[in-house]
Design a binder for this molecule. Sequence first.
Ligand SMILES: C[S@@+](CC[C@H](N)C(=O)[O-])C[C@H]1O[C@@H](n2cnc3c(N)ncnc32)[C@H](O)[C@@H]1O
Length: 262
Amino acid sequence: METGRPEDAYGQIQYRGLIAWPERLRREAPLLARVLAASPVKAILDLGCGTGEHTRFLQSLGYGATGVDASEAQIRAAREADAGSDGAKSRYVHGDLAAIGDLVPAGYGGAICLGNTLPHLTDLDALQRCFCGLASRLVPGAPFLLQLLNYDRILDRGERTFPLAIRPGEAEGEEIIFLRLMTPQADGALVFTPATLRYRPGQEPPLELISAQNVALRGWRRAELEGPLRAAGFEVREAFGTMTGDPWIPGASNLVLWVVRA
Ligand SMILES: C[S@@+](CC[C@H](N)C(=O)[O-])C[C@H]1O[C@@H](n2cnc3c(N)ncnc32)[C@H](O)[C@@H]1O
């Protein structure tokens, strides 16, 4: 099956409009503050920053924030949003997380990688290069907060979809529907198919496909991440099941790892 490159896939998805960002940032802020409070240097990397909402949020809290993303379209949107905002500016770097060790200078005091970004690294070699490269960019004691879907639950239960996200459209009565399908492959990979549909009540057909693509993912389980993190020089501090700090259990919605550069 053909899969889209990250830059193509995320260039097409109206990602920024599909997430209720103020609510999400409010929900996530306490855990981010708790973890990043221990940062020895107030400079944070946002890995897979997308359109830079977390990057700008951290910058607004007084950190020097650098967002890194493989999608040129996402980085462009992040820079545009930054240019239109008040206050200190974040920095954005275009590139692959597997090469993070070559993309930014050393000396960062912490890092985040949120919103199911890590599964875009689909093989162990890329994952190890990402963790080792990141460890080389962080000072000792730097925290790293990693959030992805809980693939222990998804794979064990054979889950194929997520709840639909529905947002108001531009025209009167229109709604934009974000549908996400996952198709496990025999080799352990997952094909993720995000699709955006327009619902036009009263018209035939009432649903119009705006975009759909295949993205290759790897549903990393907790045990598959903790070994490479330790091998790269991180200590696992705590595992949560949500971004509001609930403990991780096999049926949790998310896997959120708080690790620290030894
Ligand atoms: C689901 S979005 C998450 C964005 C944001 N961190 C959040 O929490 O909402 C995943 C992001 O990872 C980026 N990405 C995918 N593969 C990547 C890679 N190998 N290197 C850097 N960024 C990548 C995509 O372009 C996309 O912006």
